[in-house]
Ligand binder design. Structure first.
Ligand code: SPV
Ligand code: MG
Length: 431
C-alpha cells in the first residue's frame, strides 16, 4: 500500500481540504500532518484553536488514516522519516514566498523517488467566507488581547513592527518573506508615540491626546488581526492611567508600555541633550500597581520602561528599578539605550536574567541596530520592537517625490519611484 501525505495548517475543514483528502485517498493510505503552532505563526495566521484541537479535528475527517505532528515548516522532520510515496498539496505554493518550501519538498522527495502531486487550489465564495470568519475571530478583542502572552511562550523572540495608520498596519499584517527557504513575518504592532505624533506633524511630547491615539488604534485594528502594543508614554497621572488601562483592555490591546519619566516628556533618543526628569521609583511603582489593580482581564500586560541608561543614571539604577517595578506587578521590563553599541543593553539583560528568568524583557534596537534577533534572544530578550522604521522609510520617499515634481514641473520623472496606480487601487481589499 502506498502512502500519500498532506500537511494541514487550517482551523476549519472546507471543500478544498476534502478535495486534497480525496486525491490522497485515490493514491494510497492518507497521512495528514498537523503543522505545529510554532511553525504556523511564521507560515500563516495565528491559529484560532489549539494544536491539540487541530489534531482531533483532522482525525475526525472521513478518509484520513493517520494524523501526525509536523514541527518543521520545511517538512524536514516528516518526509525523511515517513518516506511517503506522494505529497499532495494545493497549487497555491507554486508562486510567492511559499515556492521555496515547495522546491524543498521536491528535493526531499527526489532523494528516494517520491513525488509531489499539486492539485488546483480551491478558492471560491464559500472558502473566502470561511477565511473572513477566521480573520474576524482573530481580530476580536478577546482573541487579540491574549495573543502577545501566547506568542511569548511560542517563539524565541516576538517580533513587533511600528504601525501608525491603517495602511502601515496592513504592511505589518501582510508582509511575508522567504529567508533560507522558510517564511517569516512580524508577530504584532507597536503604536509608537513618536510615529503617531510625527504622522500628525506634532512633536513627541504627549501632545497628541489619548482620544486621538485611541482613534489610531481603532483605525489599525479595523483592518488587521495581529496583536498591538501601545506606547503609553509616561502613563500620565496615576488617576488617569487606571482609566487608560481599562480602555486599552476593552479595545483588545495586548500591552501598554509606560516609561519612568515625569514632567515634560521628550523623546528618549534626545537622551541628555534636552532636559528630562526620571520619575521617583516609589511614584512609578505606585502607578504600575494601580494599573494592575484596575485591569479586568488576566491577558493584558503592563510593561515598565526604564530610562536610566538613556538619562545616564547607570546600570545599578536600571537594575534596582527593574526589580522594584516587577515587584510592583509589572508584567514585563523594557530597557532602552541610545548607544549604537549594544553592550550596555546586553549587560542589563544578562544581569536581570541572572536573577529573574521569567519576566519578559523588551528592547527597541533603533540605535544599536546591528544586533540580530538571534543575539537578543540569546541574552534573554523576549520582545524586539522595530519602533519607527516605517515612518522613517516613508518620509524620505515622499520628500524625494515632492522635490522631483517641483524640479521637473511634471510627475513623469517621479513615476518610476511610485507604486503603479493599478496596484494602489487594489491594495486594500473590498469586503
Ligand atoms: C516610540 O517609538 O515612540 C518610543 C521609542 O517611545 S523611542 O522613540 O526610541 O523612545
Ligand atoms: Mg514613545
Amino acid at each position: 500500500m502506498k502512502t500519500a501525505y498532506t500537511c494541514f495548517c487550517t482551523d476549519v475543514i472546507h471543500e478544498g481540504h476534502m478535495k486534497v483528502i480525496a486525491q490522497a485517498a485515490s493514491l494510497g493510505r492518507v497521512v495528514v500532518g498537523c503543522l505545529s503552532d510554532r511553525a504556523l505563526i511564521r507560515y500563516n495566521k495565528f491559529p484560532t484553536i489549539s494544536q491539540q484541537e487541530r489534531l482531533s479535528l483532522y482525525r475526525s475527517i472521513k478518509g484520513v488514516d493517520e494524523v501526525i505532528m509536523q514541527e518543521d515548516m520545511l517538512y524536514d522532520d516528516v518526509i525523511p522519516a515517513l518516506r511517503p510515496d506522494y505529497v499532495v498539496h494545493g497549487d497555491n505554493w507554486t508562486e510567492g514566498p511559499a515556492a521555496a518550501i515547495r522546491a524543498h519538498v521536491e528535493e526531499l522527495l527526489a532523494k528516494y523517488g517520491g513525488s509531489l502531486v499539486n492539485i488546483p487550489y480551491t478558492y471560491n465564495v464559500n472558502v473566502h467566507k470561511i477565511d473572513m470568519q477566521l480573520r474576524r475571530k482573530l481580530a476580536m478583542p478577546e482573541y487579540r488581547r491574549k495573543r502577545l502572552r501566547q506568542l511569548i511562550g511560542l517563539t524565541p523572540i516576538v517580533k513587533i513592527m511600528e504601525a501608525h495608520s491603517g495602511l502601515t498596519g496592513l504592511i505589518v499584517e501582510r508582509t511575508v518573506v522567504e529567508r533560507g527557504g522558510r517564511l517569516d513575518q512580524f508577530d504584532g504592532m507597536w503604536l509608537s508615540s513618536l510615529c503617531d505624533s510625527t504622522a500628525r506633524g506634532k512633536p513627541d511630547i504627549e501632545l497628541v491626546d489619548l482620544t486621538s491615539r485611541f482613534r489610531t488604534i481603532d483605525e489599525i485594528m479595523e483592518v488587521t488581526t495581529k496583536p498591538l502594543i501601545f506606547d503609553g508614554d509616561t502613563g500620565g497621572l496615576t488617576e488617569h492611567f487606571v482609566y487608560t488601562v481599562r480602555t486599552l483592555e476593552r479595545m483588545g490591546v495586548s500591552a501598554v508600555i509606560i516609561e519612568d519619566k515625569c514632567g515634560l516628556k521628550r523623546n528618549s533618543l534626545f537622551g541628555t541633550d534636552v532636559s528630562q526628569t526620571q520619575a521617583d521609583i516609589e511614584d512609578f511603582t505606585r502607578k504600575i500597581a494601580a494599573g494592575k489593580r484596575a485591569q479586568l482581564t488576566d491577558d493584558f500586560m503592563i510593561i515598565a520602561r526604564i530610562e536610566s541608561l538613556i538619562l545616564e543614571k547607570g546600570m545599578e539604577d536600571a537594575l534596582t528599578r527593574a526589580f522594584a517595578y516587577t515587584a510592583a506587578g509589572a508584567d514585563g521590563i523594557m530597557i532602552h539605550s541610545r548607544r549604537t553599541d549594544p553592550t550596555e543593553i546586553l549587560d542589563f539583560c544578562d544581569r536581570f536574567r541572572a536573577v529573574d528568568k521569567k519576566t519578559p524583557l523588551v528592547v527597541v534596537p533603533s540605535s544599536f541596530n546591528s544586533i540580530t534577533e538571534e543575539e537578543l534572544a540569546a541574552h534573554g530578550v523576549s520582545i524586539v520592537i522595530y519602533a519607527n522604521q516605517l515612518t522613517r522609510a516613508a518620509f524620505p520617499a515622499m520628500q524625494k517625490t515632492a522635490e522631483s515634481i517641483l524640479i521637473n514641473h511634471r510627475a513623469k520623472e517621479a513615476d518610476e519611484m511610485l507604486m503603479p496606480i493599478k496596484q494602489i487601487i487594489t491594495l486594500v481589499d473590498e469586503v
